[in-house]
Design a protein. Structure first.
Length: 269
């Protein structure tokens, strides 16, 4: 695996390798866990060439959010990516992505103005802009995203459709810890006591999905389960057609914000 810092160098390295190769891109912000590794494995299984971007994108964090303390450990991440046979790790400095004078943004509309977009108004602008830049830099045939961030996945799928981008967006199922908590880099913020409280989130969503299968209201059931736990605050519970019909929720546990979702179709993943 080769680590690359500049757009120019990455393009020069990729260009002679493209012929006859399917190129896969896994965009990440680092702090790798098994969820990221599942993305790498999906890309490796389908592509001859795998690029992982490692960039904590400042423009998708709002004021008062956790940009400064977001976990960063490039040495560890590099070792994990190499072990998963990633070919190139693109780890640019901020000014390589947003040089002086940068002023052009991708502004998603309807999909980005609800749920996460209400709580984090500039979030999807930052996500869509950085993803479009990465797509233009790497020019992948496929890009891999986790279903855990279902609204983000829907925004990126819309971006690709609306702007006529020539790549496929591949969705990879949420990976969970043995206790049921969806894997997230932000789980590292949780104390042991907070983690026990956070387990209410996947349990409430599972209850909601079971209620839906029995003909009941999944939102009401999940919300009631969340409201019974005094250690967390539910920010939203909703059903949307993101990667199929899904039950989504966001909660605050102490200083940590967590999101999760489950399918209301089929096996419930």
């Amino acid at each position: 695996m080769k680590t690359v810092r500049s757009k120019k160098e990455l393009r020069e390295l990729l260009e002679p390798l493209r012929a006859g190769c399917k190129t896969g891109l896994v965009p990440t912000m680092g702090a790798f866990h098994e969820g990221h590794l599942a993305l790498f494995r999906a890309a490796r299984a389908e592509c001859e060439l795998v690029v992982c971007s490692l960039f904590v994108n400042p423009t998708q964090f709002g004021g008062g959010e956790d940009f400064a303390r977001y976990p960063r450990d490039e040495k560890r991440d590099s070792a994990l990516a190499q072990a998963e046979a990633v070919d190139f790790l693109f780890a640019p400095p901020p000014d390589e992505i947003y040089p002086a004078g940068f002023e052009t943004w991708v502004e998603p509309e309807k999909l980005a103005l609800e749920l996460e977009g209400v709580i984090r108004p500039s979030h999807f602008r930052g996500v869509a802009t950085v993803c479009l830049k990465l797509f233009n830099i790497v020019r992948p045939d496929a890009a891999y995203f986790g279903v855990k961030d279902a609204q983000q996945l829907a925004v990126i799928e819309r971006l690709v459709l609306d702007l006529d981008l020539e790549l496929e967006i591949r969705a990879v199922d949420t990976v969970r810890d043995s206790d049921g908590l969806a894997l997230s880099s932000r789980n590292a913020y949780l104390s042991p006591a907070e983690r026990r409280v956070a387990l209410t989130l996947p349990r409430a969503l599972t209850l909601g999905a079971e209620t839906a299968r029995d003909g009941g209201d999944p939102v009401r059931a999940a919300r009631a389960a969340l409201d019974e736990e005094p250690g967390l605050r539910a920010q939203y519970v909703a059903v949307r057609d993101f990667a199929g019909r899904r039950l989504l929720a966001a909660v605050q546990v102490g200083a940590t914000r967590l999101i999760d979702n489950v399918s209301l179709e089929g096996d419930g993943k």
